[in-house]
Design a protein around this ligand. Sequence first.
Ligand code: SAH
Length: 359
Amino acid sequence: MTAPRTDLAELDLGELERDLAARGVEPFHARQLYRWIYKRGVTDVDQMTDLSRALRETVAAEYGLTTPCIVGDERSTDGTRKLLLELADRRRIEAVFIPDTPAMTFCISTQVGCAMSCGFCLTGRMGLVRHLTAGEIAGQVRVLAAATDMRDQPFNLVLMGMGEPLHNYDNTMKALRMLHAEHGLAVSPRRVTLSTVGIVPGLERLAREPLMPNLAISLHATTDEQRSELVPPNRKYPLSAILETCRRFPLQKRRRITFEYVLLAGVNDTPEDARRLVVLLAGIRSKVNLIPLNPAPGIPYERPSDERVNRFAQILADATLTVSVRKSRGRDIRAACGQLIVEGGPKKSAAQQIALLMR
Ligand code: SAH
C-alpha cells in the first residue's frame, strides 16, 4: 500500500522544512523547492535540476503539487484578464489580472462563492460553496504570475475576488505567509490589500498579525439600518463596532485604512450620506474609495451618473478626506468588482447565510 502523497501546495515553508526533516531530507531543500515552485513556476520535479537525482526521486514518490487549472482566459479591451480556474474537486473560481492601476495587480478569491449576501454583489448570490485552502489561494497567484509573465516583477495583490477573506481567516493568512516566503515570490505584505465586510473578531486577530496586509473595509452605508440591508453581516457587527476597531487598529507610518463605498443610484449616494460618512470617519487615518456600482442582471440597483459620483466625492474632499473613484476594469468580460460568479445554485436567504457565518 502506498502512503497518501503530501501536497506541496499546502505547506508553508516551515511546514515543508519539518516535513522533509521527518523523511530524513535536509530541511534547506525546502527553500530550493519553494524557488522552483513559486519563483520559477516549475511543477514537474524532473525539471528541478539543482536537486540531486535521489532527492528528485523522493519528492516524486512522496509528494504531489496541486495547481489550479486554467479553463477560461478572457481579455478585456482595457487589458484586464480574467482567468477561470478549476480546482481539484472541479469547483471553479475566478482570478483577475489588472494592469497599470498604476501598479500591476492580481485580484484573487478566498472562497468558492460567499456567505455575506451583499445585495449588490453577484458572488453573494451564489451563497458559500466552500472555503479555499491556503494552497488554492496562493495557487491563484502562482498561476496568474505564470500566465502574465510577472514572476520577476513586483505586483500588488488584492483579496477582492470571490469570498470574504476574514470568513476564511486561517487559510487566507497561511496563503499570505506562503506568498511572502523569501525564496518564493517574496510578496511584501505592504503590497497586499485585504478587503472585508468587517467581521470584528477577524479584524481583532488581524491587528495582532506579524505579517499585516493593508486593510480595506467595505462600508457602503452610513446608518446601521441601511448597512444591514445592503451588507447583512452588519446585523451582527454594526458600524460602531467596526469603526471602533478601526480606530484602534495598529497602522504603520503613513499607512491608512481604505473605506470602500459602492455608490447605488438614489440609495446611498445623497449629499447627506456623504456628510454622514465624513462624521463617521473622523479620527481614523483613512482614505475613501468610491465604487460606482457595476450593474448586473438580477442586481436591483443602478449605477449613479458621473455627476452624482463627483458631487459625493467633492463633499468628502471638501472635508479634507482623501478620496478616489475606482475605475471599473474589465466590465466587458464581467471581471469587475461584484461581477465574479461561476456557478448557479440556489440562493440561500440572508438569514441562512448569517447563520452559516456565525457558526
Ligand atoms: N468580501 C470582501 C471582498 C470582495 S469584493 C469585501 O466585501 O470587501 C471587493 C469589493 O467590491 C467590495 O467592496 C464589494 O462590496 C465590492 N462590490 C461587490 N459587488 C459590487 C458591484 N456590483 N459593483 C461594484 N462593487 C462591488
